[in-house]
Design a binder for this molecule. Structure first.
Ligand code: BEZ
Length: 217
């Protein structure tokens, strides 16, 4: 099934390196990043899991739980975790789903048969605290993902969910943001009484309302 933005992330129960995970219960009131790996004991995946483990504190600050998936079993995952710690210098500090039946991978459309029949591609889903899919990305097996970009996306999603703003190209936390085009100047004056910098009537910048604050909701 193709998952689209705004869809409810499919629930599942599956074994992991931290015991059985009931996905919706596990997310609880947090946000989540759920991402797939083609196979255990592969080089790019090894570097990716190390990179995410190093960023775990940043995801924690933002109230985002991390969950990985590979179609190998828990025993392989545990052996691989030792390799990740030895080569990447960091412990695997989040659960990795063991999806041997590929049931979860199929529910999330993580297997793209024209790319590879049995392994997953590199999918990423950002899921919010209502269990809705807020972002999906698909990378090929040969290209490791940029996990700093996921932190940036989470900052944008949380900011734009709670304010009448959008974030421009290459925006990062603290940069100016754009007032939604749907807001008339009159409506904008109520929300942004300090005014804005208009480069065009539809391109109105205000300072990042979240600058200086980092809430985990
Ligand atoms: C890797 O993680 O290095 C990898 C996995 C599957 C195919 C190609 C590369």
């Amino acid at each position: 099934m193709t998952l689209r933005l705004g869809d409810t992330a499919p629930d599942f129960t599956a074994p992991s390196t931290q015991g059985e995970i009931r996905f919706h219960d596990w997310i609880a009131d947090s946000w989540a990043i759920f991402f797939s790996h083609p196979k255990d004991f592969t080089p790019v995946c090894t570097t990716e899991l190390g990179a995410v483990a190093k960023l775990k504190g940043e995801f924690d600050k933002r109230g985002v739980k991390i969950l990985g998936l590979s179609v190998d079993g828990v025993e392989d995952h545990e052996g691989w975790s030792r390799d990740i710690e030895a080569t990447q210098g960091v412990k695997l500090n989040f659960p990795l789903i063991a999806d041997k039946t590929r049931a979860v991978a199929e529910a999330y459309d993580m297997i793209h048969p024209n790319a590879e029949a049995t392994q997953t591609v590199r999918s990423v889903f950002v899921i919010d605290n209502q269990k809705k899919v807020r972002l999906s990305l698909t990378y090929p097996a040969s290209t490791g993902r940029n996990f700093d970009e996921l932190l940036r996306v989470v900052d944008s999603l949380k900011l734009t969910s709670n304010n009448s703003v959008a974030t421009p190209a290459n925006w990062k936390h603290g940069d100016d943001v754009i007032i939604l085009a749907a807001l008339s100047d009159e409506q904008a004056r109520e929300k942004f009484p300090n005014g804005w910098r208009a480069e065009r009537p539809y391109l109105r910048y205000v300072p990042d309302p979240s600058a200086g604050a980092r809430k985990s909701s």
